[in-house]
Design a protein around this ligand. Sequence first.
Ligand code: FMN
Length: 220
Amino acid sequence: MDVEKAVMERRSIRAYHAEPVPEPILKDIMERALWSPSWGNTQPWKLTLVSGETLRKIQETYVTSMGEGREASPDYDMPSQYSDAQKTRYQGLGRDLFTAFGIGREDKEKRLQYYLDMVRCFGAPHVIYLHLDKEFHPYALMDGGIILQTIALLAVEKGLGSCFLAQSVRYPDVIRKYAGIPEDQALIMGLSIGRPLEDHPGGLFRSERGAPEEFLRFVD
Ligand SMILES: Cc1cc2nc3c(=O)[nH]c(=O)nc-3n(C[C@H](O)[C@H](O)[C@H](O)COP(=O)(O)O)c2cc1C
């Protein structure tokens, strides 16, 4: 598969087959992704692949915690301020996703189920957690994003899907506990990975993009 095809085919997958991906495939993807660039070749990333019973325990603890009304307490705050244009896109994504999933505006029960499904990482058999030494420089976030996107593109080539999931790191203490990640590590992001359910809205959904002129300039 050429790079252009992988870039255009990658999209966030929000419904997965439950069966695990053979570990050598995931290992191959993760090892190749280590060739991603990083500031000063510092390679600040740590990646922990979590599957099986450990992943189930993390997710069920999340569901229980949400049921008890526990606030999200991520190590790195989720965005809450947007420019007008960003806010419009953010709200547009939510609207389009709910439409695709057949969830009505006022349907609180279905919305709740959707969010619970999200903290269960949409049924993905694996999650790759990106963590960094707690005293990381913001450049390490850039490096971390690059390596996760490299994984996402390599996954496409193997017929796999993925989704960056901020919601998967909403209770980092739970991940540290079950996945044995040391206290000096900040949980930054989870990337769900698995085989997409092709006949489900979560496997089919395509987000929109603004017109190139909104983002791109060509000078001289
Ligand atoms: C840092 C980051 C965090 C994200 N967190 C979530 C999330 O918690 N839940 C979710 O459904 N999608 C999440 N996404 C996926 C975005 O919604 C998605 O990338 C965006 O809508 C563009 O769609 P596409 O990935 O299908 O091209 C996240 C993406 C990024 C880059």
